[in-house]
Design a protein around this ligand. Structure first.
Ligand code: NAP
Length: 258
């Protein structure tokens, strides 16, 4: 048995081939958990995550699953249970965004964003919870939503619709699943340095305008987010459910559209 506050736990981290999901997977492993790594299009990134987890002395498997498909959500959970015998923690992190004028959003673009960011969260969580209930096990569900579960993001209407949906899904499930000792919380990152923000990072005037709006005066790091995920996944957060925790340097209190 490993040491650490997550010793003996198994966590599934969706979209852990990159960015925030990769950081959370490695952080949970540092705290003692074994990890189901998931990717969709980036097997190399998933291998890097898996290797880093194994170098910490923890176990990991890497599973390809396109979470816009319900059958893949279900088979991902099943693969984790077959490999480790159980799953204690689900981190719903996989996400995509697509910007455009509202009037130009196509059905294909809408489905791309909603299917990963909302439908995928819904059905991965359903498969995870079914297994917990069948075994009468407690569990932890942590959704990586966004400040945009609450804050406007013009030209990203589909993203806001999906993340707002994840906010209400979390609130609803916290009540429905609380009596089963399953906690449900959201982490809402602000502007974090990851590949999803590459075009922003490359656009200095836009980046500087954003930094003006962040009271702490910097973009966040993956470690800023994963520290909170490790806490919410641990026994120390046993009485925490039904809320969103912002990791945004104060952005949500101080946003002005330029
Ligand atoms: P990222 O580096 O682009 O990573 C996105 C992850 O999602 C990748 O591992 C990707 O896997 C996975 N993914 C995408 N489509 C998928 C699909 N159909 N099935 C399974 N996995 C899929 O972005 P990130 O910044 O770390 O974002 C992670 C989460 O944080 C997202 O939910 C995002 O909305 C949220 N967030 C990020 C920020 C930020 O500033 N970075 C702020 C607020 C919220 P593959 O590459 O293998 O396909």
């Amino acid at each position: 048995m490993s040491e650490g506050k997550l010793a003996g736990k198994v966590a599934l981290v969706t979209g852990s081939s990159s960015g925030i999901g990769q950081g959370i997977a490695i952080r949970l492993a540092k705290d003692g958990a074994d990890i189901v790594v998931n990717y969709s299009g980036n097997p190399k990134g998933a291998d890097t995550t898996k290797q880093q987890i194994e170098s910490l002395g923890r176990k990991a498997i890497s599973v390809k699953a396109d979470l816009s498909k319900v059958s893949d959500c279900q088979s991902l959970v099943q693969s984790g249970i077959e490999a480790f015998g159980k799953l204690d923690i689900l981190i719903n992190n996989a996400g995509v965004e697509k910007g455009s004028e509202f009037v130009d959003v196509t059905e294909t673009d809408y489905d791309f964003v909603l299917n990963v960011n909302l439908k995928g969260v819904f059905f991965t969580t359903q498969a995870f919870v079914k297994n917990l209930l069948a075994k009468n096990m407690p569990g932890r569900i942590i959704n990586i939503s966004s400040v945009h579960e609450d804050m406007v993001f013009p030209h990203f209407a589909s993203y806001c619709a999906a993340k707002g949906g994840v906010r209400m899904l979390m609130r609803d499930l916290a009540v429905e699943l609380g009596p089963k000792n399953i906690t449900v919380n959201n982490i809402a990152p602000g502007a974090i340095i990851t590949p999803i923000n590459q075009s922003l990072l490359d656009d200095k005037p836009k980046l500087n305008a954003l930094l003006q709006n962040i009271p702490l005066g910097r973009m966040g790091t993956v470690d800023d987010v994963s520290a909170l995920a490790a806490f919410l996944a641990s026994d120390e957060a046993a009485y925490v459910t039904g809320s969103t925790y912002f990791v945004d340097g104060g952005l949500i209190r101080n946003y002005h559209e330029q």
